[in-house]
Design a protein around this ligand. Structure first.
Ligand code: ADP
Length: 161
């Protein structure tokens, strides 16, 4: 069965990678879809975010990396993918995720959203935390893979360890 994992991935973190690895135990193929959110001004351009994720999964043929601008449901219908995977960290994620899951189901009743609980190591980890710490020159090497660290260094200079 195939599933999709949509998000901003700005940038991708070990929390996302953990969700992807676990989703691969459940689903045969996973589409990681970088969504273009017109309300969010991204730190990393879309192309860079896609490139970083592709590098991380170049040896994993079951992971497909793509992007989508617009309604997630349209993407899902076009590819006939009926499962959305999302991660849940704290109760603060719950309200938003519930709303999205219900809205998506209204738009396409065949769609199911599956939630994977965060690993306790990453329960506090978010892309916004990474962006904030990196922008102030803090060490984010425990939270993101090496290629993402390089991308952040290119942006913020050598202050980011
Ligand atoms: P959004 O922009 O909608 O917050 P993100 O790109 O940040 O999306 O994340 C995509 C998905 O990954 C979301 O479901 C989010 O809850 C989940 N996620 C992000 N970080 C973690 C983490 N540390 N552990 C588990 N799930 C996570």
């Amino acid at each position: 069965m195939k599933a999709m994992y949509p998000g901003s991935f700005d940038p991708i973190t070990y929390g996302h990678l953990d969700v992807i690895q676990r989703a691969l135990k459940i689903f045969d193929e996973l589409w990681v879809v970088v969504m273009v959110n017109p309300k969010k001004k991204p730190l990393l351009p879309l192309e860079r975010r896609l490139e970083l994720i592709r590098e991380l999964f170049e040896n994993e043929p079951r992971v497909h990396v793509d992007n989508h601008d617009g309604l997630l449901v349209e993407y899902a219908k076009n590819r006939n993918i009926k499962i959305i995977v999302r991660g849940l960290r704290a109760v603060t994620d719950f309200q938003y995720e519930l709303e999205m899951a219900i809205a998506n189901k209204h738009l396409w009743p065949e769609l199911e959203t599956v939630f994977l609980m965060t690993d306790e190591r990453y329960s506090f980890l978010s892309s916004s935390l990474v962006r904030e710490v990196a922008s102030m020159g803090g060490d984010v090497s425990r939270w993101v893979p090496a290629n993402v660290l390089e991308a952040l260094k290119e942006l913020y200079g050598k202050g980011v360890l």
